[in-house]
Design a protein around this ligand. Structure first.
Ligand SMILES: [Zn+2]
Length: 104
């Protein structure tokens, strides 16, 4: 089990405004989320954090509901990193398998 699981995380409830269509949304996101970044639900342009409505510290990973809210603007960095990691892992496994195969 990862020791990081219980690391306290600062979570913000923020208002974001789309840089293009001015649509406003309330989202819950980790405090380290870029001030300008998450994509607009309407037009997929970047949104800017224009107000912090509340903040709280959670000692567990974001609950699925909050994570889903944070994702309303679109998935980006995390999933891309996860995909890259998975690809790299796959390659390592394939290389190990190839080495094992040629070893005899
Ligand atoms: Zn927009």
């Amino acid at each position: 089990m990862s020791p990081r699981r219980r690391t306290p995380t600062l979570v913000l409830h923020v208002k974001r405004r789309c840089l293009v269509c001015d649509a406003e949304t309330d989202v819950t996101e980790p405090s380290e989320t870029d001030q300008i970044g998450p994509l607009c639900e309407q037009c997929h342009a970047p949104t800017e954090r224009v107000a912090v409505l509340s903040r709280r510290v959670v000692s567990e990973p974001l609950n699925p509901h909050a994570a889903a809210l944070g994702r309303l603007g679109g998935l980006k960095g995390g999933p891309a990193r996860a995909a890259a990691l998975t690809a790299r892992r796959r390659r390592e496994i394939a290389q190990a398998a190839a080495r094992a195969r040629w070893k005899k």
